[in-house]
Design a protein around this ligand. Structure first.
Ligand SMILES: Cc1cc2nc3c(=O)[nH]c(=O)nc-3n(C[C@H](O)[C@H](O)[C@H](O)COP(=O)(O)OP(=O)(O)OC[C@H]3O[C@@H](n4cnc5c(N)ncnc54)[C@H](O)[C@@H]3O)c2cc1C
Length: 608
């Protein structure tokens, strides 16, 4: 029996329960709800809590798989085209290149080109000079490149848009609800038991620790790298092979195009520009537990060392943070691949009735974010067949909420008189909601300069997410830039004060700041260390948050703090605090870091 504080068993009967709120689960709940089924999605964290919130953000053209896995390559280009149509506000059309250095094989370059053409992926060969004209920071010895339609995708907006559409079609989206048991009666899956937690934010959550039985005619296991754990609850084997990868976020966009190394396979071979940052990635190493694996410094070093062979400016650039994600790879039994990079990126439906003599549940495993919609369509077709429900899929044609008319975004720039980078980026984030959100009669200052987020946008996110400032961050990108929240978390938190009592505001600010700190621990050197020291000094001394009188009620021992120069030494990873603090203050926030877009930056993690 799972240790719960109280047990409060209720019962709801749905058509389908989808377990997992990543890109796959969100895609499935949207698809099934649009087909008229009564669907419940349960997710143990927030949406994108798993791998989807910790991926590279590349909307694959399929070029990456054009030699080794042409089925995946074809699926990628098909879905790449679909997502640019239905989710314009989640995709930045950056374009991509596979670049060849002198030591990279000419034979492989030709294979890549032929593979792209065989898979219907538009591919144009350009010489080194043209490649550097498009991307001036590319290494001088890049000989040539293949230009392909790789793009950047925002997984957070994508999942939220899918879940929102599902809810508009009657689905129940239950986050902070962990499945703790799969209910089986007469040899058939009939539902799940979930334990509710108290997620932050506006949405009404169930009492923490209470459990609920949700019954349904069918259960979809869309728990990605956790699929084996859910399978175990149902007494079946789901052989996922979780494989971890690191990503390192740089403070500016050293490139505006997705840069891939043109070589068979290897670690550290892709740079993805994302919003105001570049994300370097990645590695591929099998792990036992998707939630407990080492995060090692050498992995981060490898990203910078290897990718600076393609973009030398990366070596001197400022690193903001690193994060890790775990791929939900699946290999059909008996394949026996040792190297995780050899495991197919294709997806599989495991019908437990056929496989394990357990009707009522199917697992969907493998795949990638780029093909999430296609995966959702496949499993939704399968579930409809099981339930004898006839309804066609329309998710490839119907735009997601917020992306109906992308051109409208540009017009808003003039209309609202916003400085173009701020205006353009607000509109891209907000999509067709921009009109309502930005047409504010109140003053609308920029709250987060690094990411160009205005008060109106923060307030709108608070209206949607409540006091959960991490949810506000994911909606707006506020606090995700160079300063990693050092200059803006208190301003963002201040926007809560009209509606929420002081303790809630303080907790919300702490949670946001802690979340930012978590990823910086892996990037504390050079200028980001100076920034972290400056942030610490600002918060611990100038704003006196270490000695906050409100903490007295909580029994904080302020004698333990010395708010003077020593405070700098309290920051984890700090050396000589006062020097570092001074250096950061001198550098100030006008630092341009040698990137070509000064004063801008960001990242994309759930943790990003
Ligand atoms: C390092 C890395 C880089 C990548 N880069 C790219 C890329 O650039 N482009 C691309 O297309 N793909 C990329 N991928 C692959 C892509 O991110 C994943 O395939 C995709 O996000 C998986 O989504 P999912 O919904 O299947 O799984 P997840 O996002 O992991 O969702 C599963 C969810 O199930 C929830 N869950 C688990 N157990 C329970 C339970 N008991 N009860 C309730 N909920 C539960 C988890 O909290 C989680 O949120 C990358 C993956 C990695 C690891």
């Amino acid at each position: 029996m799972h240790p719960t504080q109280t047990t409060n068993v209720m019962s709801e009967q749905a058509d389908v329960i989808v377990v997992g709120g990543g890109s796959t689960g969100c895609g499935v709940v949207r698809d099934l709800a649009r087909r008229g089924l009564d669907v419940v999605l349960v997710e143990k964290g927030n949406l994108t809590h798993g791998t989807t919130g910790r991926m590279h953000g590349l909307l694959h053209s399929g070029g990456r798989y054009a030699v080794s896995d042409q089925k995946s390559a074809r699926e990628c280009i098909e879905e790449n085209r679909v997502l640019r149509e239905i989710a314009g506000h989640c995709v930045e059309e950056t374009g991509g290149m596979f670049v060849k250095r002198p030591e990279d094989s000419e034979e492989y370059f030709q294979k890549k080109l032929e593979g792209c053409r065989a898979c219907d992926i538009p591919a144009e060969v350009i010489d080194g000079e043209e490649a550097r004209r498009r991307e001036p920071y590319l290494a001088r010895d890049v000989e040539k490149a293949i230009a392909v339609p790789d793009h950047a995708v925002d997984p957070f907006r994508l999942c939220v848009a899918n879940a929102a559409d599902a809810r508009e079609h009657g689905a129940r989206i239950e986050t902070h609800a962990e499945v703790i048991d799969v209910l089986i009666e007469d040899g058939e899956v009939v539902g799940v038991e979930v334990e509710h937690d108290s997620g932050p934010g506006k949405r009404v959550h169930h009492e923490p620790g209470t459990t609920e039985e949700i019954r349904a005619r069918y259960v979809v296991n869309a728990t990605g790298a956790w699929a084996g754990q859910l399978g175990e609850m149902a007494g079946v084997d789901v052989e996922v092979r979780p494989s971890k990868g690191v990503m390192t976020v740089m403070n500016v966009r050293q490139v505006d195009t997705v840069i891939n190394r043109c070589r068979p396979k290897g670690d550290a071979d892709i740079v993805v520009p994302h919003e105001t940052a570049c994300i370097l990635g990645t590695t591929d190493e099998e792990v036992e537990d998707p939630e407990d694996y080492p995060e090692e410094e050498w992995e981060v070093d490898l990203m910078i060392e290897t990718l600076s062979e393609l973009v030398p400016a990366l070596k001197e650039a400022r690193t903001l943070r690193s994060f890790w994600g775990v791929r939900p790879l699946y290999e059909p039994p008996g394949t026996g691949t040792d190297d995780p990079t050899d495991i197919t990126r294709d997806y599989f439906l495991l019908d437990h009735d056929v496989r394990d003599d357990l009707p009522g549940m199917t697992s969907i495993v493998g795949g990638k974010l780029t093909t999430y919609r296609m995966m959702a369509e496949s499993i939704s077709d399968h579930v409809c067949e099981k339930l004898d429900h006839e309804a066609a899929c329309d998710t490839a044609e119907v735009p997601l909420p917020g992306s109906e008319d992308f051109s409208v975004l540009r017009d808003y720039m003039d209309e609202f008189g916003l400085r173009s980078p701020v205006g353009r980026r607000s509109m891209q984030r907000l999509g067709s909601k921009a009109d309502d959100v930005l047409k504010s009669v109140d003053p609308n200052p920029v709250v987060c300069e690094c990411e160009g987020v205005t008060r109106a946008e923060v307030r709108h996110a608070i209206d949607e997410a409540g006091s959960d400032l991490n949810a506000v961050r994911l909606r707006t990108r506020a606090s995700m830039g160079n300063c990693q929240g050092g200059f803006c978390t208190h301003r963002i938190a201040a926007e809560l004060t009209q509606e929420y009592p002081e303790p809630v505001v303080r907790d919300a600010e702490d949670e946001l700041y802690q979340e930012r700190w978590k990823g910086q621990r892996h990037a504390l050197w050079g200028r980001q260390l100076s920034q972290a020291m400056l942030n610490h000094l600002l918060h611990a001394t100038t704003m006196n948050r270490d000695g906050d009188p409100a903490g007295l009620d909580a029994g904080v021992d302020f004698a333990a703090f010395d708010a003077g120069a020593d405070a700098a030494g309290d920051a984890p990873g700090a050396g000589d605090g006062s020097d570092a603090g001074t250096a950061a203050a001198d550098g100030g926030r006008a630092e341009t870091d040698g990137g070509r877009h000064p004063n801008i930056d960001g990242g994309v993690d759930g943790d990003r």
